[in-house]
Design a protein around this ligand. Structure first.
Ligand SMILES: [Zn+2]
Ligand SMILES: [Zn+2]
Length: 186
């Protein structure tokens, strides 16, 4: 990776501060990025859907566009709220170019009737955070189940993969970086 991108962590609503600390510490080990934290955003009740008891991920993600960022900076929203998306009953996160969002709700072992486990929870938070940042960088899903860019259909997929990019995805990031640089040179 040529350029060192910036990542701004944006807590949305009430977020366990320990999850922010984990992301700050672990993301730079995988993506050579300068990770910092912004002021928290409120979790707007406009995006809450009563009958589902969930928030609409797509509108939370588009709200992030109100935060100023330069071309090399990625935004990562973190919420403790349960999220759904247009065609999915629930999502661990979503992303578009430059912006990403994760929910820690379904990453807690307690949600699956298991005892709390900070080690497992941290692995999941970082894996999903890096996955969505990968999308924000322009990466598609990867077919290799051990790669962070593998699609998580359920929590078992997240637990099986690693927070790291596979060799091919690393190459893709380098390629995208070159494309951006070329655009800048023109
Ligand atoms: Zn994905
Ligand atoms: Zn991959």
């Amino acid at each position: 990776m040529g350029k060192c991108p910036g990542v701004i962590l944006v807590p949305i609503g009430e977020v366990d501060p320990v999850t922010i600390a984990w992301l700050k510490e672990d993301i730079p080990k995988i993506l050579p990025a300068n990770v910092r934290e912004s002021a928290p955003q409120s979790l707007s009740p406009r995006h809450f859907q009563n009958d589902r008891n969930q928030y609409f991920a797509d509108s939370l993600l588009s709200d992030l566009s109100s935060i100023a960022r330069d071309e090399n900076t990625l935004l990562l929203g973190i919420t403790g709220a349960d999220l759904f998306s247009a065609s999915l009953n629930y999502v661990f996160g979503i992303a578009c170019t430059g912006r990403a969002l994760i929910s820690t709700f379904r990453l807690r072992p307690e949600v699956y009737g298991m005892p709390p486990n900070p080690k497992v929870f941290r692995w999941r938070v970082v894996t999903e955070g890096v996955h969505e940042l990968g999308h924000a960088l322009g990466l598609p899903h990867c077919e290799y189940p051990g790669c962070v860019m593998y699609f998580s259909n359920w929590i078992g997929d997240t637990d099986r993969k690693s927070p790291e990019f596979c060799y091919r995805c690393r190459r893709r990031i380098e390629y995208l970086d070159t494309v951006v640089k070329r655009k800048e040179e023109v």
